[in-house]
Design a protein around this ligand. Structure first.
Ligand SMILES: [Zn+2]
Length: 160
């Protein structure tokens, strides 16, 4: 993995339907298994195995948060942008097809605030994957709620 210094936050969805039958420990192990094997990409290409899960934080559909990759190492991606400096936060679900859960959004907001405070990331540097690469991630239903979420986070960053 490559060392980096976090200066921005990038939000993703897993693009898989939320699984309400499994807990976050199971989901993280499944994601790590998947990440550490080579995989076929949708465009016919292949990617090599990654050292670890590509994300630094995972927010499950029931609002639990897990730490993924060490935050001091940059993330991985199947899309075309430089992951250096980005704290990668992923939400479980496919938000092209379904809306994020309330519990999930209620967990995400304080996570973004605390990460932004800790790493001195301004609200303008909290973005979604689609803003930096050619992808639908994190899905149209998340994009609907992101501007108001970002405003609430910005307010909390101002009031120290
Ligand atoms: Zn993404």
């Amino acid at each position: 993995m490559k060392a980096h210094a976090p200066v921005a936050i990038l939000v993703h969805h897993t693009a898989s339907p939320a699984n309400t039958k499994r807990d976050i420990h199971y989901k993280m192990r499944a994601l790590q298994d998947f990440s550490q094997k080579p995989a076929d990409l949708g465009n016919g290409g292949k990617r090599a195995a990654w050292a670890d899960v590509p994300y630094h934080f995972y927010v499950s559909s029931d609002g639990h948060i897990a730490e993924g990759r060490d935050i001091n190492s940059s993330g991985d991606t199947n899309t075309n942008y430089d992951t250096t400096g980005h704290i990668q936060v992923v939400l479980e679900g496919n938000f092209e097809r379904a809306r994020p859960n309330v519990e999930q959004m209620e967990a995400l907001e304080p996570l973004l605030v605390s990460l932004a405070k800790k790493w001195q990331v301004p609200a303008s540097e909290i973005r979604v994957h689609k803003e930096v690469a050619s992808t639908l991630c994190p899905g149209k239903y998340f994009l609907e709620v992101f501007p108001s979420l970002n405003e609430r986070v910005a307010k909390q960053l101002k009031s120290k």
